[in-house]
Write a protein of this length. Structure first.
Length: 118
């Protein structure tokens, strides 16, 4: 009886650890990097709005535009983000790329913002 019980628990453990692979409709890594970059840019912009209600509405509007730009919806984005969050190694690599993209965008904007004072 103890052997059967031990076998049963081992079987449950193995099945639960097996995972289901990538979910259907998962946004591929390259596209997800682009989406995450745009999401962070939208959030950064809307965080400058002082009124909380206005900020929430503007954020929702910008995120809708980001999803439309990339041909996805919020459900697909959230499901993909959940999957990648469950795989921190992959998500970390993706965020390295997101940070690189944001830094490149910042370098393009920074020279335009500099004003020489004479």
């Amino acid at each position: 009886m103890k052997r059967l019980l031990a076998f049963f628990f081992c079987l449950i453990f193995l099945v639960s650890c097996a995972g289901e692979g990538e979910p259907k409709g998962l946004i591929d890594r390259e596209k997800m990097v682009l989406v995450l970059t745009d999401v962070h840019l939208a959030n950064a912009y809307t965080s400058t709005v002082m009124d909380l209600d206005t900020m929430k509405q503007i954020t929702a509007d910008y995120l809708h535009l980001v999803y439309k730009k990339h041909g996805i919806d919020s459900v697909r984005f959230k499901q993909s983000l959940k999957y990648y969050s469950e795989h921190p190694g992959i998500l970390s690599e993706m965020y390295d790329q997101v940070l690189d993209r944001l830094e490149k965008k910042d370098k393009k904007v920074a020279p335009a913002e500099q004003v020489e004072v004479e």
